[in-house]
Design a protein around this ligand. Structure first.
Ligand code: NAD
Ligand code: IPM
Ligand code: MN
Length: 350
């Protein structure tokens, strides 16, 4: 009986995670679930955003499903010492799991082009996988400071860090169209010069069947929305990947349609890419599709159950056609949409 640790977190996290668990229970009744606190809610209960009891639960977990963490702009959490803030809890969780590669698929399902603000001919058939490096760069470097009128962060990467995430991108491309675009800022940054050199050298050594090109991040920010079909797999460092993936959410039509899988040394971490959406939290109207599709990625990558994952993804596509949520211009609330997914999976609804 695989053990799934559920970390609902803050804001809309509990709302969308509950929907994802409901769907998981239907397709995989043998799973066991253990729920724990992370983020601001964990800070309130335990004085830290990633408490020991949550950390302990990971040791025998087969996979982790996370909601979201963080409060609104004016939350007192944002003035805590940085290690006590909700977002630090999430970063510590990623580190503890050793999840260095964050897979963020951007897909426009056939028949759902109308949900995109892009012209239908641009949205049609888009299928991009953003592979975001998740444990390095400015996010984790300890060479950082804020003191009086001066502050700095350090973007540092080593060859092994670049190679392990690049391998994941090449592996993914082998199952897809065989094309990888490595995104950097090598015209300005030394760290990008190393990134580009190492990604290219790995391709030339071990992945000669992959077509690899290199593009600058500023240009990609334009091209990913104006000509998204040019991309198959994109691999990039932590901060660039964070920004580009929110931008790419415009293509399918909402942040609420962007799931992710974080893979690495041990159990995988599965989470929507969106945040805690304080503006709609508690209203029951959040789009749970990203969380439900993250559960599908959990089944595919974490438990090697591709059939169940495909079943969920098909049902989500059908539900999006029948009962689009408000972020997509529809009327469905979280419950209505989740029920539509369950119905589309052919399960009786109680
Ligand atoms: P956000 O992603 O929470 O929200 C941006 C906009 O998208 C909002 O208008 C929100 O209502 C909407 N939105 C997001 N997800 C949605 C969904 N599932 N359904 C419908 N609408 C949705 O970004 P933000 O406002 O910049 O950040 C809010 C908080 O979330 C901050 O504390 C931030 O640090 C945190 N955050 C957490 C994560 C995470 O847990 N992985 C990711 C991003 C931001
Ligand atoms: C995300 C979020 C996180 C990140 C924050 C909340 C730490 O924006 O998962 O995309 O920047 O990685
Ligand atoms: Mn983000």
């Amino acid at each position: 009986m695989p053990k799934i640790v559920i970390l609902p977190g803050d804001g809309i996290g509990p709302e969308v995670t509950a929907a994802a668990v409901e769907v998981l229970r239907e397709v995989a009744p043998d799973l066991t679930f253990e729920e724990h606190l992370i983020g601001g809610i964990a800070y309130e209960a335990h004085g830290e955003p990633f408490p020991q009891v949550t950390r302990d639960a990971l040791t025998d977990a087969d996979a982790v499903l996370l909601g979201t963490v963080g409060g609104p702009q004016n939350s007192p959490w944002n003035s805590l010492a940085r290690p006590l803030r909700p977002e630090s809890g999430l970063l510590a969780l990623r580190k503890a799991l050793g999840c260095y590669a964050n897979l963020r698929p951007v897909r426009v399902q056939p028949g759902l082009e109308h949900l995109s603000p892009l012209k239908p001919e641009l949205a049609r058939g888009v299928d991009i996988l953003i592979v975001r490096e998740l444990l390095g760069g400015v996010y984790f470097d300890q060479d950082r400071s804020i003191d009086g009128d001066t502050a700095y962060n350090t973007m540092r990467y080593t060859t092994p860090e670049v190679e392990r995430v690049a391998k994941m991108a090449f592996w993914a491309a082998e199952q897809r169209k065989g094309r990888v675009t490595s995104v950097d800022k090598a015209n300005v940054l030394e760290v990008s010069e190393l990134w580009r050199r190492d990604v290219q050298a790995l391709r030339d050594r071990e992945y000669r069947s992959i077509h690899l090109n290199h593009e600058y991040v500023d240009s990609v920010a334009m091209l990913i929305v104006s000509d998204p079909s040019r991309y198959d797999v994109i691999v990039t460092e932590n901060l660039f990947g964070d920004i580009l993936s929110d931008l790419a959410a415009v293509i399918p039509g909402s942040l609420g349609l962007m799931p992710s899988a974080s893979l690495g040394d041990g159990a995988g971490l599965f989470e929507p890419i969106h945040g805690s959406a304080p503006d709609i939290a508690g209203k029951g109207i959040a789009n749970p599709a990203a969380a439900i599709m993250s559960a599908a990625m959990l089944l595919r990558h974490g438990l090697k159950r591709s059939d169940a994952a495909n079943q969920i993804e098909r049902a989500v596509a059908l539900a999006l056609r029948e009962e689009p949520t408000r972020d997509l211009g529809g009327k469905a609330d979280t419950q209505t949409f989740t029920r539509a997914v369950l119905e589309a999976m052919g399960t009786p609804v109680g």
